[in-house]
Design a protein around this ligand. Structure first.
Ligand code: NAP
Length: 462
């Protein structure tokens, strides 16, 4: 029996090590659209291995309950993964991420409730992980409710930032008392977790609109940190490494998104967009409506067309039609390129994923820095369901909520064609002077049928 135990313990540790290596390799592969699918499989295999190894842990019990929990979780995840729409991905990530934070906090809650945290260092790590995990859990639930449309408003308390500070200090003070108590006190444990959950809720309630994906990414980093800390508490190498990897990836992603929106993270958390009451420039002029035939002619006889896809293309599922149109134009001798803004759509890489799915080769897709200088040499910039990412107010209007955000310079093209359904604003809710530009042609309609009509006209032109 003891020889079996001697064998099992190193086998479990080796499995955790292999699982951690698979997480890292998977994450690395996810950094390119070409290898991303494989990366997800690698990381999934790592998770399966870590889960199986946990079942072998000496002293482990309650296998029935564990299997029921895994069955429920797997069924929900399988079903939601199969049915979720691409545009609903941010809220799905929010809720999954929140579950991770909640699970990390639950580990600490169980350890405190059982009185299993004997060393002051481990108790402090458990409490810190619990605090961060609880904030991530409740904050992610609020983010999910907002993005899903369950919670339609943002709520800001009077003296919101003061309330945040007082609540944070009170939670930390109770955490310190909990860690210093010789034996765990149930009331302290309960108060600590309730305050931490309240803190996550109160911080997230005022955040709205365009900032939400950045907050989700920040909570993702929090969850990673919380999981890593609880990994130390349990002495579980796979949890530690997975937590550190998720925490680092989430932090980098948060920084990238905040930079792409030119919004410091502190502003996102403590100065909600439009908190100053607008700053929306009064845009004057008229919008010129054109037909699909006009748009087709402009592009068919152009030398260079740059396509700017945005959230509207995703909603309309127009990417396949857009690629069909691109191939037709290229057959007619037109050079066509795609310009991708880092925060186009509703999640990082949103447009890249859709275009890749439609079969657009990667060498036709360009990042903002690579393509921006080329708009001035383009005959046509075709903006499909994009708004904020081509709003010149970001360059010109200092009081605009998006001032300073790097934008795609579509307005520098000789002609601009904008496909959108009507006068709807972008995610940040502000007017767009591009639509009133003298070189801008508005093609009103749902992106998919509109591009379909353009295709018919281009075909008819031969
Ligand atoms: P956007 O500013 O949200 O504008 C999308 C436009 O698409 C709308 O003006 C809408 O106008 C149009 N539209 C909607 N449905 C359509 C359809 N079926 N057919 C045609 N047009 C349609 O989109 P964006 O330019 O891609 O900018 C993304 C926004 O999300 C930015 O504000 C960005 O900061 C924010 N954000 C993104 C991320 C990210 O990671 N990607 C992260 C954080 C924040 P109509 O209603 O008139 O059709």
């Amino acid at each position: 029996m003891s020889s079996l135990t001697n064998f099992i313990e190193p086998a479990i540790q080796a499995s955790y090590f292999v699982a951690a290596a698979l997480f890292i390799l998977g994450l690395k592969a996810m950094s390119s659209p070409v290898t991303a699918r494989g990366g997800i499989v690698w990381a999934g295999v790592g998770m399966l291995l870590a889960t199986l190894a946990t079942f072998l842990t000496p002293g482990m019990g309650n296998f029935g309950l564990m299997l029921v929990a895994i069955a429920i979780g797997t069924t929900i995840a399988w079903w939601s993964g199969k049915t979720v729409k691409m545009t609903d991905m941010p809220q799905m990530i929010a809720i999954y991420n929140g579950m991770g934070g909640g699970a990390a906090a639950a580990i600490a809650a169980v350890e405190f409730a059982r009185g299993d945290v004997h060393s002051p260092l481990i108790a402090a790590l458990a409490a810190l992980g619990a605090l961060i995990g609880s904030v991530s859990f409740s904050g992610s639930c609020v983010a999910f409710a907002k993005l899903q449309g369950i919670m339609k408003k943002t709520f800001t308390l009077p003296a919101q930032n003061a309330v945040n500070i007082v609540l944070s200090l009170a939670t930390i003070a109770i955490g310190v008392a909990l860690v210093s108590a010789p034996t765990p006190d149930a009331t302290l444990v309960l108060a600590f977790f309730l305050l931490a959950l309240l803190l996550g809720t109160i911080i997230t309630l005022p955040i709205g609109g365009a900032d939400m994906p950045v907050v989700i990414s920040l909570f993702n980093a929090f969850t990673g940190l919380a999981v890593g800390l609880e990994g130390f508490v349990l002495g579980n190498a796979a949890l530690m490494i997975a937590g550190v990897v998720v925490g680092a990836a989430g932090t980098l992603l948060t920084q990238l998104m905040a930079k792409a929106m030119n919004r410091p993270i502190s502003n996102i958390l403590f100065v909600p967009m439009n908190a100053g009451g607008g700053g929306d420039e009064q845009v004057t002029g008229t919008m010129r409506a054109v037909t699909a035939l006009d748009a087709a002619a402009l592009m068919r006889y152009a030398q260079k067309v740059i396509i700017v896809p945005g959230y509207g293309m995703a909603v309309a599922h127009a990417q396949h039609k857009v690629w069909e149109m691109t191939e037709l134009l290229e057959d007619a001798g037109v050079e066509v390129k795609f310009a991708i803004h880092p925060v186009a759509g509703r999640m990082p890489g949103h447009m890249n994923v859709l275009l890749a799915e439609a079969g657009v080769p990667y060498d036709k897709i360009f990042d903002l820095e690579e393509i921006n200088a080329e708009f001035a040499t383009a005959d046509v910039a075709l903006v499909i369901g994009a708004n904020d990412v081509v709003n010149p107010a970001a360059r010109t209007n200092k009081s605009s909520p998006i001032y300073g955000m790097p934008i795609l310079n579509a307005d520098f093209a000789q002609n601009v064609i904008v496909i959108k359904r009507g006068q709807g604003a972008g995610y940040s809710g502000i007017e767009n002077a591009l639509f009133y530009g003298e070189n801008t042609n508005m093609l009103y309609g749902n992106a998919q049928p509109m591009v379909g009509e353009i295709i018919q006209h281009v075909k008819a032109m031969g």
